[in-house]
Design a protein around this ligand. Structure first.
Ligand code: AMP
Ligand code: ZN
Ligand code: FE
Ligand code: FE
Length: 281
């Protein structure tokens, strides 16, 4: 059987709805050979798995997904980071503080609109890293909108009533932070950035390379077969590692499965082996 991997997974430690152990079990059931836990701004999901991954038959990589901007939202993945790296830990703690400040602004306006919710409740229920998907869930539960998609479209997207900006790290800082923590930095899902036409993509990639990026996430649930093939050619052209993953979140994105994404996703084991070799160098 051909070995496959999934290098982009979210858990309840950030805005996924499956506990880390559930994600691990689903990956084992999907017969994957390796996975990476890439929660937003936290390594807690990976750490919760640490004593369960020995002899579980699947390799589990510590990862992270950091938010930044490059003419709009842009995400950077980090693999094989040292979860105990001081600078990483203190930077992630500051990101959570920035998230809290942003979220509290949203919650205040929601309360003014009569929605019965407190931020303390959300922290208790969802943990340290609260994102807009959690706020979206509150809006759905309160009958304000029918689903998560509508919550973003009507209230939580940029410029909407419950949207407030949050501070993100500069792109070069994200890459350097991952490198300093011994990790391998990868540009996440390049075609998810709406401004990224094929023409401007080269500019982003070259900027990332200048700042120490090592790979491109070529295969992703949101990318078409043509886009994925195009990114693979780009990665080869720039001599970058190729990675891929489903970006599984559980319930908020019910059409995405671990390992197979929306059905056509398939990430080869040898991409993972090259990533691992690079991390061990
Ligand atoms: P935050 O980092 O808290 O601002 O939230 C960003 C996260 O919200 C992204 O990583 C996505 O998972 C999710 N998200 C952003 N836009 C949408 C959307 N239109 N529909 C559903 N989820 C979204
Ligand atoms: Zn997410
Ligand atoms: Fe992302
Ligand atoms: Fe993601």
């Amino acid at each position: 059987m051909i070995k496959r991997v999934d290098l982009h997974l979210h858990t309840t430690a950030s805005d996924g709805t499956d506990a880390p152990e559930t994600v691990l079990n689903k990956a084992i059931n999907a017969k994957l050979a390796a996975i990476a836990i890439t929660d937003h701004d936290t390594v807690d999901g990976y750490l919760q798995l640490k004593d369960k991954i020995d002899n579980c038959g699947i390799e589990v990589v510590p990862g992270i997904e950091l938010s930044t901007k490059y003419n709009g939202p842009c995400h950077i993945l980090g693999y094989y980071i040292d979860c105990n790296n001081d600078e990483l830990r203190s930077t992630l703690a500051q990101i959570v503080i920035d998230r809290d400040e942003r979220n509290e602004k949203s919650i205040r306006v929601m309360q003014e609109d009569g929605i019965n919710v407190t931020y303390a409740e959300l922290k208790e229920r969802f943990g340290e890293v609260i994102g807009r998907p959690h706020l979206a869930e509150v809006l759905v539960e309160n009958g304000i909108v029918p689903d998560i998609k509508a919550a973003f479209a009507e209230y939580l997207s940029k410029g909407k009533k419950y949207w407030f900006p949050r501070t993100t790290l500069p792109l070069e800082k994200c890459i350097k932070l991952i490198n300093k923590a011994g990790g391998v930095a990868v540009l996440a899902h390049p075609f998810e950035y709406k401004y990224n036409t094929e023409k401007t993509l080269a500019g982003l990639i070259e900027y990332c390379i200048d700042n120490g990026i090592k790979g491109i996430e070529c295969r992703h649930s949101s990318h078409s077969a043509g886009e994925m093939a195009y990114l693979e050619r780009l990665a080869d052209e720039y001599n970058l590692l190729k990675t891929g993953g489903s970006d599984y979140h559980g319930d908020p994105k019910p059409d995405i499965s671990i390992g197979t994404g929306k059905g056509i996703l398939s990430v080869p084991y040898d991409w993972f082996e090259k990533l691992k070799a690079r991390a061990n160098k």
